[in-house]
Design a protein around this ligand. Structure first.
Ligand code: GLA
Length: 320
């Protein structure tokens, strides 16, 4: 035999996600209810050699690739390309989808949780943004036809079936998210300061917030505590197939993100208000980190004829 080693062809797919409810709760160990969607990112190529080479039209690729390579530490190199159906920077976790697909393509082996944790660490390295686990875990652990009730402290994932007579629609007004990185870190820092006084926010009650002497911190804490409660309400409403009750939790989440957490924008507020007047829309809210990005709506099928629904999809996998 000669020493010639033929490379293996590899194709890995990872979905983006939309969060139905539970924003800015994951990094204090709270609850979230996202779903993986039918838009995502594919990494395909040939393994072998000692270098990782990727071509792509996606922004910021070098930082994310370096982050993933440093976490996965692949045994061999890879020569391939990245393609995506996700709008980049729109709050549908295009970064997480890239990280998860690339980690699989580079031969990562482990549970979906381990995959998500490696990619979360890669994201911290690549962007410097101290993100929680939601995006990477949803991309890694998605279940077709289900939202995922994730306890970000216990790191448990409970699939919640989506009733067939409810549609999930994502609306992207196309705003750029310039402030998102610094403001995200700022919100996370505020939660750390609150927890020094109240203890873990996931266990705190509204009464505990009276110990804070800063009205801004009180509002930030109130968002997190009430949002965790709304995640439970929405999960229960979905389990009963109760669209109107699910929608109530979503409207209230938007108001809390707008007024208490202050991560909305006038464009997102106007879109949510317009949806409130739209027949057949049970509820809508900004989704993800905010400061731009998308609105998610829960509707009767066809209620927003100009936007197509997203489908709850399986998590990341290698393709044949
Ligand atoms: C971003 C982060 C997530 C989460 C959301 C807000 O998407 O990556 O970890 O904190 O914002 O819910």
């Amino acid at each position: 035999m000669s020493g010639l080693k033929l490379g293996r062809r590899v194709r890995a797919w990872a979905p983006g996600r939309v969060n139905l409810i539970g924003d800015h709760t994951d990094y204090t160990g709270g609850l979230v209810l996202p779903m993986a969607i039918d838009l995502g990112t594919r990494v395909e190529g040939t393994s072998g050699g000692s270098l990782v080479w990727l071509t792509s039209a996606v922004d910021d690729l070098p930082a994310e690739v370096a982050g993933v390579v440093s976490q996965v530490r692949p045994e061999e190199g890879f020569d391939g390309s990245v393609s995506t159906t996700l709008p980049v920077g729109a709050g549908l976790s295009s970064s997480a989808a890239l990280e998860v697909a690339l980690a699989l393509a580079l031969g990562f082996e482990g549970t979906p949780l381990e995959l998500a944790q490696a990619c979360q660490a890669a994201e911290h390295l690549a962007s410097g943004v101290p993100c929680g686990i939601m995006d990477q875990l949803t991309s890694a652990a998605g279940v077709e036809g289900h939202a995922l009730l994730i306890d970000c402290h216990e790191l448990t994932v409970e699939p919640i079936p989506l009733p067939p007579d409810l549609s999930v629609v994502v609306l992207n007004p196309g705003e750029s998210r310039k402030l998102a990185h610094s403001a995200y870190a700022d919100r996370r820092h505020a939660c750390n300061r609150i927890e020094l006084v109240t203890g873990p926010l996931r266990e705190a009650s509204l009464a505990d917030l009276a110990k804070l002497d800063d009205p801004v911190l009180m509002r930030r804490g109130r968002h997190v505590i009430t949002e965790n409660e709304r995640v439970r309400e929405l999960a229960e409403a979905l389990s009963r197939g109760d669209g109107p009750a699910a929608g109530e939790a979503m409207w209230a989440s938007h108001v809390s993100l707008r007024d208490d957490y202050e991560v909305s924008t006038p464009t997102l507020d106007a879109l949510v208000e317009a949806l409130r007047e739209t027949p057949g829309v049970h509820g809508a809210r900004l989704t993800g980190a905010g400061f731009g990005g998308c609105v998610v709506a829960l509707t009767e099928p066809g209620a927003i004829p100009w936007a197509s629904p997203v489908t709850a999809s399986a998590g990341a996998h290698l393709e044949r």
